[in-house]
Ligand binder design. Structure first.
Ligand code: DGL
Length: 278
């Protein structure tokens, strides 16, 4: 039997892949189980109690497979459910995801930073946790916040079926409230958004800030592990099929290749072409 540590990760869909990929890149010798709650997505429009219920159910499955650390790779589930999860499973460390709004205090890490905004799902934007975070880190309200009701679903559609003209239109329309803000930086407060960071940057002419590397560092700290060997195994389950897929890594790689390939909005790529791009 393997002596590697086991991590359970979940999100409402493929958004958590933006966190998972950083963990796989940085954290040595771990086995990872990822659950994508497609049967219940999107989380952004659900109530807190619905998300708490789903998060507990998914946590049970991941713990039953031996997870010794849980990553809630979803800002919405972190905002709505992480406090309840920590109470219910006091022996398990839970790492959550929050929008990295601390950019103005660390401007040396973000060259050219002048004006920033943060975008989130509606449930994250309305949450007490997010309001407290903003008050603590940005009491003067220098960072504007905008909720994006449809962006996570648009990301799912783009990565699932390719960047069609119709999806481009939907994306441009969703990003419109940000267009004239003259931002230099946009903080991505939903784990789906980094998967189309190139498209967002090209459309709004700014740089994006994603939390993936910070979350991976936190996982390394908690597990107190070091070494060169990267992630040993990765399994994937969608709640719409309820089958664990051993080919999880292939799916992740093809999706991330496509995510990197789409870049600017006028680039002509489709889902199948992307498989040839490294
Ligand atoms: N990826 C999730 C987040 O970080 C949820 C998006 C959704 O399902 O609405 O908020």
């Amino acid at each position: 039997m393997s002596s590697n540590k086991r991590i359970g990760i979940f999100d409402s869909g493929i958004g958590g892949f933006s966190i998972l990929s950083e963990i796989m890149r940085k954290v040595p010798s771990v086995e990872i189980d990822y659950i994508s709650d497609d049967a219940f997505a999107p989380y952004g429009e659900k109530t807190d109690s619905e998300i708490i219920q789903r998060s507990e159910l998914i946590t049970e499955v991941l713990l039953s497979r031996g997870a010794s650390l849980m990553v809630v790779a979803c800002n919405s589930a972190t905002a709505a459910a992480i406090a309840s999860l920590r109470l219910k499973y006091p022996k398990i460390p839970f790492v959550g995801v929050e929008p990295y709004i601390n950019v103005l205090n660390h401007s040396n890490q973000f060259p050219g930073i002048r004006k920033a905004a943060v975008i989130t799902t509606e449930i994250t934007g309305n949450s007490v946790k997010f309001k407290i975070l903003r008050q603590r880190i940005d009491p003067a309200g220098r960072i504007r916040h905008v909720s994006m009701p449809n962006l996570a679903s648009i990301v799912e559609d783009i990565l699932e079926s390719g960047l069609s003209q119709e999806l481009k239109k939907k994306l441009v329309c969703e990003l419109k409230p940000l267009k004239d803000l003259e931002l230099s930086h946009l903080i991505l407060g939903c784990t789906h958004y980094p998967l189309i960071a190139g498209l967002i940057e090209a459309e709004l002419n700014l740089s994006t800030v994603s939390p993936g590397p910070f979350v991976a560092n936190r996982v390394i700290d908690i597990l107190s592990i070091s070494g060169e060997k990267r992630c040993a195994s990765f399994s994937y389950l969608s709640t719409s099929s309820m089958n664990w897929e051993k080919k999880g890594a292939d799916y992740l790689n093809s999706l991330l290749r496509y995510s990197r390939a789409i870049g600017p909005l006028d680039k002509k790529t489709n889902r199948s072409q992307s498989n040839t791009i490294d």
